[in-house]
Design a protein around this ligand. Structure first.
Ligand code: ADP
Ligand code: MG
Length: 234
């Protein structure tokens, strides 16, 4: 990545120090969504971020991806101090190094599975041959090679989430952030997706941080971080 920014820490995937995010709503009302979080996450692990609704999971993911700016404290992600990057640098960094998976899949309905994945490589400006190779590799990884030409509405919820996973892998991210990725799936399908995440973390050697309040995830992850009212619960 063409940038003057110093890589401050290459060993840990994520480090936060005294991270606060306070939302101001109205004149005198504040919501303290994150209250002084100190995190250290090693690379190559599958980590669950658990906690009740409102405990700060989504806010934390947004601060770690640079979609949101913390009120105070610091976040270093993949060696980059996010506070040192401007919005353009953050956008580019996100596109090159991060993958995202959401509860609602977020596929483009008029595009086939293949086209949804390949679009990410077009945005990146990859040449046609490389786009094809990588898109098929990613669809293969999630077990959907045969479904490449199908549109989202022809696929089950689990298959749609697999397409979304293939899409998030297209740019060879080093870190995947998933926000309630099994929230709309039945428990059998949720287990399949969680098993797939395990395989991907192992085979692609990436770090995966997954916000979820699904008890199923405990069986699949390497580590659980429990959030309570914006702080780590022990
Ligand atoms: P979770 O993902 O664990 O459900 P969130 O990070 O969405 O939790 O929310 C944490 C707290 O911050 C909640 O009290 C929520 O209402 C509040 N919050 C989240 N986003 C905003 C926002 N944009 N403006 C004001 N308050 C917010
Ligand atoms: Mg949330």
């Amino acid at each position: 990545m063409a940038t003057r920014l110093a890589v401050t820490d290459t060993k840990l995937a994520i480090v936060t120090e005294d991270l606060w995010r306070v939302y101001k709503i109205g004149n005198n009302i504040e919501v303290q969504a994150l209250r002084g979080l100190n995190l250290e996450i090693e690379p190559g692990h599958f980590i669950a971020l658990k906690g009740r609704s409102g405990s700060g999971k989504t806010t934390l993911l947004n601060c770690l991806s640079g979609l949101d700016r913390p009120t105070s404290g610091s976040a270093r992600v993949l060696g980059y101090d996010l506070s040192e990057m401007n919005d353009r640098q953050l956008t580019r960094w996100r596109r090159e190094q991060l993958g995202f998976i959401f509860q609602s899949f977020g596929l483009l309905p008029t595009l086939s599975a293949y086209e949804n994945v390949e679009l990410m490589l077009r945005i990146k400006g990859a040449p046609a041959r490389e786009r094809h190779k990588r898109a098929m590799y990613c669809l293969d990884l999630v077990g959907l090679r045969k479904w490449a030409d199908h549109r989202p509405y022809e696929l089950s919820g689990g298959q749609q989430q697999r397409v979304a996973i293939a899409r998030s892998l297209a740019n060879e991210p080093r870190l995947m952030l998933a926000d309630e990725p099994t929230g709309e799936l039945d428990s059998e399908t949720a287990r399949e997706i969680l098993g797939l995440f395990q395989t991907i973390v192992d085979e692609e050697q990436i770090t995966m941080l997954m916000a979820s309040h699904d008890p199923l995830v405990d069986d699949y992850v390497d580590m659980i971080l429990q959030l309570k009212d914006g702080q780590l619960a022990t």
